[in-house]
Design a protein around this ligand. Structure first.
Ligand code: ATP
Ligand code: MG
Ligand code: MG
Ligand code: MG
Length: 352
């Protein structure tokens, strides 16, 4: 009998559309010749308002690739479509808050059904840039200098705020990067070069998240490595992103032609090996499972490699970095999806 796979996509984050594209690519792979006998796809679509759709509506979004705007129904994340009880394995392909951050993973854990990707701890630690950096530091991974702040430090106390800015200027200098701690796709991130820009960026980041991080800016090449597996995970070859814009912001990420992926990255063999080692250390440091894309800064002048972040549910469209890195490492898209499901089953069984 075929394994009934619940493909869970859409979601409440700003990466809703990316999630739909990722789900379409995965559904395609699951119905490819080598997988069609093994898996039955059951689509579950989470609307932007959080309402779960199954059946025809979910299938329609999967087929058309077009999001459904808020319907008349009352948003209620806890009202599951009846089909949920028949799912034998969940494949969540949701990016950002309420999908990549451990919330959905907690729900799926409660269901006691295997699911693809990291569990609660790995997802939450991978999503929160402050928690992530603490875990990376503990694992001895080099990274940029940073300061962690809360929204209340920025908003509630007009006496504290100037001191906070003084401290950031003294310890990090300009340019620095202001980021909401729990987002993706560069949403809410600003590169700042002056006091007034810093103040505005902190205020803006605080509108997205309770937790805010400010990082020293680094001039470097941006390289990424894909990880696949559980306790004995493997690292892919390394890819590089190139672009002309000031940094890899939202527009550069999602406007056709603004960024190029270079696979493999033209790097010395020793650097590649070090990046792969660091990617596996990072994966273990946050307790990731199944898959992750680990992003690095390579400072060519000094040979330094700094870890930027881990993404536990990276973009998974046909043209995304994660599946492309594996394709060129020797695991084509359909095989990759099959392996992710097998790793989920292994992890659920408690073996690894
Ligand atoms: P993703 O979509 O990969 O999840 P994200 O929203 O988590 O991205 P980051 O990867 O932290 O955001 O940062 C986005 C981009 O901003 C980086 O790819 C890089 O171009 C730039 N950037 C971030 N931090 C720094 C830094 N400390 N120094 C230089 N550039 C930076
Ligand atoms: Mg990220
Ligand atoms: Mg992300
Ligand atoms: Mg990134």
């Amino acid at each position: 009998a075929k394994l009934r796979v619940g493909l869970l996509f859409g979601g409440r984050s700003g990466e809703h559309e990316v999630s739909i594209s990722s789900a379409r690519a995965i559904a395609n792979a699951l119905s490819a010749e080598e997988n069609a006998d093994k898996y039955e796809i059951v689509p579950f679509y989470i609307q932007k308002d959080g309402f779960w759709q199954a059946g025809e509506v979910a299938q329609q979004v999967l087929d058309s690739g077009v999001a459904i705007e808020n319907s008349a129904v009352t948003p209620n994340l806890w009202q599951f479509p009846a089909q949920a009880s028949e799912i034998e394995l969940w494949f969540p392909i949701l990016h950002g808050p309420n999908g990549e951050d451990g919330t959905i993973q907690g729900l799926l854990s409660l269901m006691q059904v295997p699911f693809v990707g990291s569990g609660v701890l790995g997802s939450a630690t991978g999503m929160d840039k402050i928690g992530m950096k603490v875990a990376f530091a503990q694992a001895g991974l080099p990274q940029v200098k940073y300061q962690a702040l809360t929204r209340s430090q920025i908003w509630s106390n007009p006496c504290v705020f100037p001191k906070l800015c003084d401290q950031i200027e003294a310890e990090l200098g300009y340019p620095c990067f202001v980021k909401p701690a729990n987002l993706g796709s560069s949403v809410g991130i600003a590169k700042v070069r002056s006091r007034s820009e810093l103040e505005a960026a902190l205020d803006n980041a605080a509108s997205y998240d309770r937790r805010i991080i400010v990082e020293a800016g680094v001039v470097a090449r941006e390289v990424e490595c894909a990880v696949l597996g559980n306790d004995q995970a493997q690292a892919s070859i390394v890819g590089e992103i190139t672009f002309d814009s000031d940094f890899y912001d939202y527009e550069t990420k999602y406007t056709q032609g603004k960024a190029d992926l270079l696979i493999p990255a033209p790097l010395p063999e020793g650097i590649i090996q070090r990046i792969q080692e660091m990617a596996l250390l990072a994966f273990a440091a946050v307790d990731a499972a199944g898959l992750s894309r680990v992003d690095f800064f390579y400072v060519e002048a000094t040979g330094e490699i700094l870890i930027n972040e881990i993404n536990t549910l990276p973009g998974f469209t046909a043209t995304s970095m994660y599946p492309q890195l594996w394709a060129q490492t020797g695991i084509p898209f359909a095989k990759l999806v099959d392996q992710l499901i097998q790793f989920a089953l292994l992890r659920h069984s408690g073996e690894q």
